[in-house]
Design a protein. Structure first.
Length: 164
């Protein structure tokens, strides 16, 4: 069972994503309530059947002060959909500084993109404009809710109203 469940804080703000098993235990132990089921899917025991959760809400508020996405190599790859931002390939990926670090480019969300080794070497110590290469998508800092939705592994719109 690889289905993921959106966990909302008591005030309905998105908190995290967890497995169906963990979400079911939290509902069963009365630590959370079922907000939305997974389109008629059910969990079965020997003699009972329960609705499969898609969205749950915690019964107690959890203070989560930092609601951002950490800047890591894997998170940049996820943001860029594991594609080179210059040629679109999915092979031999690495990170590229849009403005090279040797020229003062920072290690930030808006200056890092996913690039294949070939494009990264071709670009070299230049900006994309100087190298005559176009970015498919301008780099941006993803929001926490956008990152939860895009990287949950689900192709459903069950969560959209909670992540808006």
């Amino acid at each position: 069972m690889n289905t993921r469940v959106l966990v909302l804080n008591q005030d309905y703000s998105p908190l995290m994503v967890c497995s169906v098993e963990r979400a079911f235990v939290m509902v069963f132990m009365n630590k959370s309530e079922l907000v939305r089921t997974a389109n008629g899917h059910r969990l079965h025991t020997i003699n009972r059947s329960f609705p499969m959760p898609s969205v749950i809400r915690l019964n107690r508020y959890v203070n989560a002060p930092y609601k951002g996405v950490n800047l890591t190599r894997q998170n940049v790859f996820k943001r860029d959909n594991y594609e080179c931002q210059y040629c679109g390939t999915r092979r031999e990926l690495t990170l590229d500084h849009v403005v090279p670090s040797s020229r003062g480019g920072a290690h930030t969300w808006t200056n890092l993109v996913t690039a294949c080794k070939r494009c990264n070497a071709r670009k070299g110590d230049y900006t994309p404009e100087e190298a005559g290469m176009n970015l498919h998508r301008k780099p941006f800092k993803p929001s926490y809710s956008l990152f939860l939705r895009d990287n949950s592994g689900l192709s459903t719109n069950d969560w959209d109203e909670f992540l808006a």
